[in-house]
Structures are given as C-alpha cells and as structure tokens.
Ligand binder design. Sequence first.
Ligand code: PEP
Length: 266
Amino acid sequence: MATGRRPFFCGNWKLNGSIAESLALATDVRNGVSTLRDVDVAVSPSFTALYAVAKRLEDGPVTVAAQDCFWEEKGAFTGEVAPAQLVDVGCKHVIIGHSERRQLFGELDAAVNLKARAALRAGLSPIICVGETLAERDAGETIGRVQAQLDAALVDIDDAGLERVVIAYEPVWAIGTGRNATPAQAEEVHRFIRGRIGTRSASVAAAIRILYGGSVKPDNIADLLAQEDVDGGLVGGASLSAPSFIQIVQAAHGLQAAHGTQATKG
Ligand code: PEP
C-alpha cells in the first residue's frame, strides 16, 4: 500500500445467498466498516440480490458491485444484463473477466474488453481481473500472460476511462484453494501491472488501484498490504463471513492509521 492510494476491498459473493441472506450479510458488513473512513469497501451479491442490497446500503459507505455484465445496451440477448441496468439497480462497480468466467464460461480477452468499455460508458467502475494458471506460472509465463490479458482488456480505453478502472490480480491457482500468492509473488505482478499502465500514463499508473485476489484471509492480508503496489483485495470465500471480511478491511485501516494517511476518496 502506498500513500495517496485509498485501499479498496470488494467482497465477491459469487453464487451464494438468498435476498434475505444477502441483506443480512450486507448489513453486518456496513455496520462493521462504517467508522473506517480511510478504506473503500464494496460487496458483490448475485444479480438477484443486487437491488435489495443496493437499497439497503444506499447513502452508506459500502458500495455495490455486480459480478459480470454484457456489452450491449439492449436487444435480443436472452439472459444477459446491460451495464445501464446495473446502474439502474444501484451498482457502482462491476467485476469483469473473473477467472471463473474465463475458465467455466469461455470468456475471452476480447469479451473482457467489450464489457469493460460498456461498463465505463454506463458510468460504472470496472474491476478487471487478470491472472495466470498454475501451468502458466510453472512454465515461467506469468508476466507474459498477465501482460496479454491486461493489454487486451484495455484496448480503446482512454486515460479518462482508465482512471476509473480497478485491476485485480488473481492468480487462478490461488482462488478458492486456500493457497495464496506470497507477498513477494503478488508484488512482482502488481509492480509489473503498474509499470505497464505507466507506459501509457504515469499519473494514471500512480493512482490506479491494483487489488490482490486469491485466498485472502484476515491472517494473510497485512503482509500482502505491506507491499508497495498492493492496494486492497478482491475477496471471495472470506467475504461470506462478515467478521472475517471486516477484519480484512480493518487491517488496511490499521495500516493507514499507522502511516498517518488519509488518501483522497476514490
Ligand atoms: C475471488 O473470487 O475473486 C477470490 C479471490 O476467491 P477466494 O478469496 O475465495 O480465493
């Protein structure tokens, strides 16, 4: 975490929760983080609970993210949801290109780019996920893979759009496995991502938030956040329990307080 970038945590609830369960979890998270004014927090319920959760969290510090979107605004696309519809139900962000979408649903880099651009057009902040598989890491292809995903995701997004993008580095082998990247492994890739964005705009690179995702837990988040280029987390399993997600957010708050930092609201 570096001075000047406000830490950001997004809880990715994946395919979990009724409306009542989602409301209860969202309410507990809001109550647990409402006094922490130096960290941004979002939750990402299933589509079916987005509206109810966004209403519950309205005017509070916790914002709402969708887990995916389509790139067209309307039409004969059965089952798809447009970014403007997500804005309509109260979303501020949308997760795009999660590895589960890429691996289980065949989502390609080109689709990630179309979705990110559509999200920006609608006024959403896209949280774009990149990350290598274990085979790619073992073959020494981590940086190449991340570069390819990042470059493809950001095609035709200008600097004004890029300022509203959040990147999540999520090594596929660390998601839901209990095996997180070491802080050094995470930092290597985060630094690369920031440098790559810096080839387009130094000021955007300095400001853009790069989240780590992959088995983030209360007991490993502090070491990850101690890295210069790790600005928060995209948290799956541990975000389904309000106390553990709140503890993760509190760790960032503690580090901010230790630095005497009050970064500007993102
Ligand atoms: C995720 O879903 O983006 C994720 C990182 O999951 P987990 O924290 O469970 O590894």
